[in-house]
Design a protein around this ligand. Structure first.
Ligand code: HAM
Length: 435
C-alpha cells in the first residue's frame, strides 16, 4: 500500500533542501548582521493561547489535538504568541530592548494554494520594549536588507506601509463605533486581495450609512503622504499616527531603502493584535500573495498577562519567497550545489588503504567520499564528477607499493603523482581533532 504525503506538506529531497537551507541561512545571516539574537519555542502550545488574540482567521486554521491528559493543544500557526509568553515569563531578567529572531516551522490548515501551504517555515524578527517609529523602520530595514541580499530590487518587490492607529482614528472620526473596528479591519484588509467590485460590496455590507461609506472609500483611495497630510488636521488624533508613518518613511529613506517603500492604506493585516504601523511586502506585479507581513502590537504582552510593553516585528514565509526567487532566476545562481573536497578512487584490490585515506581526510576536516561498488576507474571518476568532487585521489597496487597517491584535479583534468606522507603533511587541517 502506497501512502501519499499529507495535503499541503512538502517532501524536501536534497535539491529542495538545498533551496530551503539557502533561504534559511540568508534569514539567519541578515538577522545577525542587524543585531538580532536567535530564540525558539515548542512546536505545540495550549490551544487557548491562539484563541486569545490571533483573530478568527488563525483560529479557524488551527491544527488542534487533545493529549492523553485531556489538555487542548494546537500546533503553532505563528510564533508571536510564544514570543509574548516567553518574554512575559522572564520579563524582569531579560535585558531590554529585546531584539530576537526565529525561524519556526508553522502549521495552518489553509486551503493549499500557490504560496500557501499547511506546513511552512517563517522568518520572524521582533523588537520588544521600544515604542518609537524608528524601531518599526528598523524592522522594515532588516526585511529589505534580506530581500536585497538575495538579489531582489525595488522593481521586483514593494514594502507597503500603513497604520492601524491612523485607520482607527480616521474611522472613529467618521463615526464608526469601537466595537465595529475589528470586523471592518477584516474587510478593509481585503482591498488589494479581491476584485474591486467584490470589495466595495463587502464594505457596503459592513457600513450601511452611505455618507460614512463614501468617506471611507475616499480615504482608502489616498496613496501618497502629501495627499494624506492634506486630509488630516494638525492636533487631531489622526495627526500623531500620520506623523509616525512619515517618520518611518523618512528613516527608511535615510537608510537608503526608500525606493522599496510606499504608503498604502489597503494594508490592514489579518491578525487581530496589531495596534500601530503595519506593513506587507508584495511582488511588484501583484500576482502573488504577500511575501511577508508585520507591524506594531503594543498590547499583546499585556493581553498575555504581562506588563504593557510595546513590540513590533514581522514574519516572512518561505513559500511565496521561493516562487518569486525562482521566477526571477535568482535561485540557480545562488543555491550552493552539492560539492565534496575529495573522492577516493581505487584501481584493483588495495585492501583497507582507501578507507585509511578517507578516514584521515575526514578527520582533518575535509569532505571525502568513496564508491561502494567495485568498478573500473572511469565509473568511479563519473561518480566523483556527479558529486562535484574538487579532487580525486587515485590509488592502485603500484602507488601502494611506492607509498604514493595520484591526485586528479577534476576541474582541469591534470593529474600528478605525489608521496602519500608528503600529501598529508601539505594539507592544512581544516578542523581541530586531527590524529
Ligand atoms: P502572517 O501575516 O499571518 O503574520 O504571516 C506572515 C507571513 O507568513 C505571510 O506573509 C506569508 O509569507 C507567511 N505565511 C502565512 N501563512 C502561510 C501559509 N499557510 N503558507 C505559507 N506561508 C504562509 C504572522 O504570522 C505574524 N505573527 C508575523 C509577525 C511577527 N508580526 C509581528 N511579529
Amino acid at each position: 500500500m502506497k501512502i501519499p504525503p499529507v495535503k499541503g506538506t512538502r517532501d524536501f529531497y536534497p535539491p529542495d533542501m538545498a533551496i530551503r537551507n539557502f533561504i534559511v541561512d540568508g534569514w539567519k545571516k541578515v538577522s545577525l548582521r542587524n543585531g538580532f539574537e536567535e530564540y525558539d519555542g515548542p512546536i505545540f502550545e495550549y490551544l487557548k493561547m491562539y484563541q486569545i488574540k490571533s483573530g478568527d482567521e488563525i483560529v479557524e486554521q488551527l491544527f488542534s489535538l487533545t493529549d492523553r491528559g485531556g489538555r487542548d493543544l494546537a500546533l503553532r500557526p505563528e510564533i508571536t504568541p510564544t514570543l509574548a509568553r516567553m518574554v512575559n515569563q522572564q520579563i524582569n531578567a531579560l535585558p531590554k530592548p529585546i531584539k530576537w529572531f526565529s525561524v519556526p516551522r508553522l502549521f495552518r490548515a489553509e486551503r493549499p494554494q500557490k504560496g500557501r501551504l499547511r506546513e511552512f517555515f517563517q522568518w520572524n524578527i521582533d523588537i520588544i520594549g521600544v515604542d518609537q517609529p524608528l524601531v518599526d523602520a528598523e524592522i522594515i530595514f532588516t526585511t529589505v536588507d534580506y530581500l536585497r541580499n538575495v538579489g531582489l530590487a525595488p522593481k521586483d518587490v514593494k514594502v507597503k506601509i500603513s497604520s492601524r492607529k491612523l485607520l482607527a482614528a480616521v474611522l472613529k472620526s467618521y463615526g464608526v463605533p469601537d466595537e465595529k473596528l475589528e470586523s471592518l479591519y477584516v474587510v478593509l484588509d481585503k482591498k488589494g486581495k479581491l476584485p474591486a467590485d467584490t470589495f466595495e460590496q463587502m464594505l457596503a455590507e459592513q457600513v450601511p450609512d452611505k455618507e460614512t461609506l463614501a468617506k471611507i472609500s475616499e480615504f482608502m483611495q489616498i496613496d501618497s503622504i502629501p495627499e494624506l497630510g492634506e486630509l488630516i488636521d494638525a492636533g487631531s488624533e489622526e495627526f500623531a499616527a500620520y506623523n509616525e508613518i512619515k517618520e518611518v518613511l523618512a528613516t527608511l529613506e535615510t537608510m537608503g531603502v526608500g525606493d522599496f517603500c510606499i504608503y498604502d492604506p489597503g494594508i490592514v493585516r489579518g491578525l487581530a493584535y496589531y495596534t500601530g504601523i503595519v506593513f506587507e511586502v508584495h511582488d511588484a506585479v501583484g500576482d502573488l500573495r504577500a511575501i511577508c507581513g508585520g507591524g506594531r502590537y503594543d498590547n499583546l504582552l499585556r493581553d498575555f498577562g504581562g506588563p504593557a510593553i510595546s513590540a513590533t516585528g514581522m514574519g516572512m514565509g518561505d513559500c511565496v519567497l521561493e516562487i518569486l526567487l525562482k521566477e526571477k532566476g535568482l535561485l540557480d545562481q545562488q543555491v550552493p550545489k552539492r560539492q565534496i573536497d575529495y573522492f577516493v578512487a581505487c584501481i584493483g584490490d588495495i585492501g583497507n588503504e582507501a578507507w585509511r585515506i578517507i578516514a584521515k581526510l575526514r578527520s582533518m576536516g575535509y569532505s571525502a567520499n568513496i564508491s561502494y561498488k567495485t568498478g573500473g576507474l572511469s565509473k568511479q571518476l563519473k561518480e566523483a564528477s556527479a558529486q562535484n568532487a574538487n579532487k580525486c585521489i587515485i590509488i592502485g597496487e603500484e602507488e601502494l607499493k611506492e607509498s604514493k597517491i595520484g591526485i586528479k584535479d577534476m576541474a582541469t583534468g591534470e593529474q600528478e603523482l605525489v608521496g602519500r606522507d608528503e600529501f598529508f603533511s601539505g594539507l592544512d587541517s581544516a578542523v581541530v581533532g586531527t590524529e
